[in-house]
Design a protein around this ligand. Sequence first.
Ligand SMILES: *Cc1c(COP(=O)(O)O)cnc(C)c1O
Length: 210
Amino acid sequence: MIKENFNAIKEEVTDDVNIIVVTKYHTVQETLEAYSAGVRDFGENRIEGFLEKRKALPEDANVHFIGTLQSRKVKDIASSMTHLHSLDRESVAKKIEQYADDEVKCFVQVNVSEETSKHGLSADDVKPFLMKLAPYSKVKVIGLMTMAPLTEDETVLNGTFSRLKELRDALQKTYPEITELSMGMSNDYKIALDHGATHIRIGSKIMGSR
Ligand SMILES: *Cc1c(COP(=O)(O)O)cnc(C)c1O
């Protein structure tokens, strides 16, 4: 089923869209099945799951860290994560600089909907944050990430994703290297794609529900 699910989504997106398959609720065996189906980008949101999947997967797989990362845990994964989707604190950048062997591609997480329960910076705080990151040569910010509210209200979802895109477009005047948009999950990726998502993070729709 994983292969059929992955192929179905692949057919819905253009070649420039990266499908990150979120394996956080699934076993190593299921993750390897996804690899066999052609998946090369995996997403994990906890250190333990990240390390377990990283160890099991071949080297040509990218394992993206998509969850909240405590700065004291950065050293555990700094040299094995290819992408971090949740950068929102300088303390994390500092630890990446200290512990990573190579540069880590990062997305700054933005709390577009301003829900108090969500992590991420408010839109206004992103530019000052980027200025603070300038000294960290291993922290390569390539884009912005957001999580939309848990709703089926398309007006809310359209608003969230279009605001992240507008913010990216505005920042590009100063930071032309910020080109990517990590947004869209199983229930809202089609709307995210309408607004130019370059990275969609799909769990249940490919791996099945837990
Ligand atoms: C779990 C998770 C996803 C995937 O969620 P699904 O609804 O299963 O597709 C995407 N992004 C983040 C940050 C997650 O934690």
